[in-house]
Design a protein around this ligand. Structure first.
Ligand code: COA
Length: 301
């Protein structure tokens, strides 16, 4: 079963990163990194991103932020043929990052999510997109959280599920609802009135879309299986024809996807090609230098 999951997320992307309208490209990446890699990755971040990284109290959170921002920049840069460090983001009223409209010549939309050291990145053209991943961890007050935050139907269905299935139902409801709220950009502020299917084996779909005036607009919800132990969901607006999945590998870290592909796509050796236990379980190195001193010079990376 693990093999089947891993085969669905190949490490090498096809030549020429282009996402046609109607498709969503989903990339997954583990967020652990060696200190050397981390310093290289930090060099593609903007000054405000470095400042944000410095605000994380825990080294692990700081590292994960740096890696996911750097991966995001490398991915977007590869699709747009722009250097990762030259990308500029703008932010929606609730903090959703985006590319400034018309700045890069093509309407690339994206969203990302992370949990327990795994990040998912969704990229598409011409449609809002939202993605959420959750590590299915034990939640002590699961029932109380569901009662407070879930819709009545979601809560009732979770409470009626066999005890061993409750966690699955809980994280289905959570990830699917949050993916929608991230597609709209509302974030958790828009939670009221959003409702998704959540039972095990039930097709992923949205029953209600809260304050969105176009309640019957074609928001599409899909379940994503990123790795054993994780639940994820993707929301896209419009006719979704295909979801492509790839693993962002360490081989990309130094030079970015474009350069790696150009060299030899078959030579890419993903560090975590078989999705065994999360590498998050291992020790996480600290960044060996003050982030404030990270220069923009990427020549040694
Ligand atoms: C969006 C939100 C649901 C994500 O929560 P989460 O489960 O902790 O985090 P996830 O890993 O799934 O997603 C985080 C990523 O979503 C993106 N994101 C941030 N705000 C977002 C929003 N409003 N909509 C969609 N995506 C958002 C960012 O890329 C972020 O990654 P980063 O931490 O590297 O910047 C939550 O942060 C939220 O509700 N934010 C809104 C806060 C708000 O309303 N603020 C008002 C004043 S700005």
């Amino acid at each position: 079963m693990r093999c089947a999951i891993a085969q669905n997320w190949p490490a090498a992307a096809p030549d020429g990163l282009v996402v046609p309208t109607g498709e969503v490209h989903v990339w997954r990446a583990w967020l652990t990194s060696s200190a050397g890699q981390l310093e290289c990755l930090a060099r593609v971040l903007s000054t405000d991103e470095i400042a944000r990284a410095r605000h994380y109290a825990f080294a692990r959170d700081r590292e994960h932020f740096i890696v996911r921002r750097a991966v995001l920049r490398q991915l977007l840069g590869s699709y747009l043929a722009v250097k990762p460090q030259e990308l500029v983001f703008c932010y929606g009223p609730h903090g959703k990052p985006a590319l400034p409209p018309s700045r890069y010549g093509q309407p690339l939309e994206f969203n990302l999510s992370h949990s327990h050291g795994l990040a998912l990145f969704a990229l598409c053209a011409n449609s809002p997109v939202g993605i959420d991943v959750e590590w299915r961890r034990p939640v002590l007050d699961m029932e109380a959280i569901a009662k407070h935050y879930f819709s009545k139907r979601e809560y009732t269905r979770m409470a009626a599920a066999a005890p061993k299935l409750r966690q699955t139902v809980f994280f289905n409801a959570w990830a699917r609802t949050e993916a929608y709220l991230k597609a709209t950009g509302e974030g958790l502020a828009g939670l009221e009135g959003v409702e998704a299917s959540c039972l095990r084996g039930e097709a992923a779909r949205l029953f209600k879309t809260g304050t969105d005036p176009s309640t019957h607009s074609p928001w599409v919800l899909r379940q994503i299986r990123p790795a054993a132990g994780f639940t994820a969901a993707l929301v896209y607006r419009g006719a979704l024809t295909k979801i492509q999945r790839w693993t962002w590998s360490d081989a990309y870290r130094a030079s970015g996807p474009r350069a790696t592909q150009a060299t030899n796509p078959t030579a890419i050796k993903p560090k975590y090609s078989s999705m065994g236990p999360s590498p998050y379980a291992g020790s996480v190195p600290l960044l060996g230098q003050d982030l404030q001193n990270v220069a923009k010079d990427t020549s040694s990376c």
